[in-house]
Write a protein of this length. Structure first.
Length: 346
């Protein structure tokens, strides 16, 4: 058995202790508009110039910029006039608002909403339930009622989910060949980013986004252009209202919001509505069967604790839910990215 020195405890603890500091630096630089300014300037800028443009103190901005350099989100050049800062390629692609692959919106959602719930993580562990009541003073019995407590919050959440699918959508949709499914229903499809990826990848298919009336309204107004005729909408609550007939149902990041009983209830409704020979595509971040990770998924599961009624699951657990609801020929494809795909057939 190795000694404690072999485990390099100080470095491990330091790394994990600083984790939330790292994310807050990135979130703050995004929120203040550092990366957008440097993209638009087309040239490196000094801390003084950046602070003046963004209305901050030079002292605070210089420390923020240097931290971003350490995180490799910015590059710095020392000249006779002083230090000049510019974006790295990663920042230009993922941290500027105008990039097609921008993660700005999901970062702002994490910074301004998720962080407040995580403040009460110890309470969530003690009680086994989400923490909207402590974080925002609203009932935690309806997670999505709490999540969509204002139009602004709903818009932030939808934009954040869209940013996720802008970089992960194609991977999960291409995990299986879905070209034989022409009539697809995206349950809880939100802002429509995954639906748009779907009709792009499978041009002979049409996708109906099924979501709450207020979500559908915002999606139509702000996210899905009217000229996209292959995408339609259906308003409803999939627990309480009927589900339209389709050949394939996509449940992306849906099952992880709910406990096993509600997942079986929803999947049974999907199975009943599904055309013979059709199927269901479950998109989730899958835990390893031996509970060893991935760490990102384990952390997502903690987030489900503080924000929802559900959890992340192993592939076998998702397969069991599908089979209990009547689906067979269940296949699992790991994408090697954040989200994986499970396909069941009727």
């Amino acid at each position: 058995m190795g000694s404690t020195e072999d485990l390099d405890y100080p470095q491990i603890i330091l790394q994990y202790n600083s984790g939330f500091l790292v994310s807050k630096v990135m979130f703050t630089a995004c929120e203040l508009g550092v990366f957008d300014l440097l993209l638009e300037s087309h040239e490196p800028l000094s801390a003084d110039a950046i602070a003046a443009h963004l209305g901050t103190s030079t002292t605070g901005m210089e420390r923020l910029l240097d931290a971003c350099v350490g995180l490799k989100l910015l590059a710095v050049e020392l000249t006779q006039e002083g230090a000049l800062y510019r974006n790295t390629e990663i920042s230009n692609i993922y941290l500027t608002k105008s990039s097609p692959k921008s993660q700005y919106h999901i970062m702002m959602y994490y910074s301004n909403t998720v962080y407040l719930c995580w403040h009460y993580l110890a309470d969530a562990v003690r009680e086994g339930r989400n923490q909207y009541e402590r974080a925002f003073g609203i009932s935690s019995k309806d997670p999505f009622g709490a999540m969509y407590r204002s139009e602004e919050e709903m818009l932030k959440f939808m934009a954040g989910q869209n940013s996720v699918w802008s970089i992960c959508g194609r991977d999960v949709l291409a995990a299986f060949d879905l070209s034989s499914f022409r009539q697809i229903c995206d349950l809880g499809g939100g802002g429509g980013a995954l639906a748009r990826e779907c009709v792009s990848l499978y041009p002979n298919s049409t996708v109906t986004i099924y979501d709450l009336p207020k979500v559908v309204q915002v999606a139509k107004e702000q996210f899905v252009p009217p000229k996209e005729h292959r995408i339609a909408f259906h308003e409803g609550d999939f627990f309480n209202d009927s589900i339209p007939e389709a050949e394939l149902y996509i449940l992306s990041k849906i099952l992880h919001d709910w406990d096993d009983d509600k997942c079986r209830q929803l999947l049974a409704k999907v199975h009943k509505a599904c055309k013979p020979g059709g199927g269901v595509l479950v998109v989730e971040s899958l835990l390893n069967e031996d509970k060893s990770g991935p760490l990102e998924t384990q952390l997502y599961s903690m987030n489900m604790l503080v924000q929802t009624e559900g959890k992340e699951r192993r592939a076998a657990e998702n397969s069991k839910l599908l089979e209990a609801s009547g689906f067979g020929e269940v296949q699992v494809k790991r994408t090697g990215k954040l989200y994986d795909a499970v396909l069941g057939r009727k």
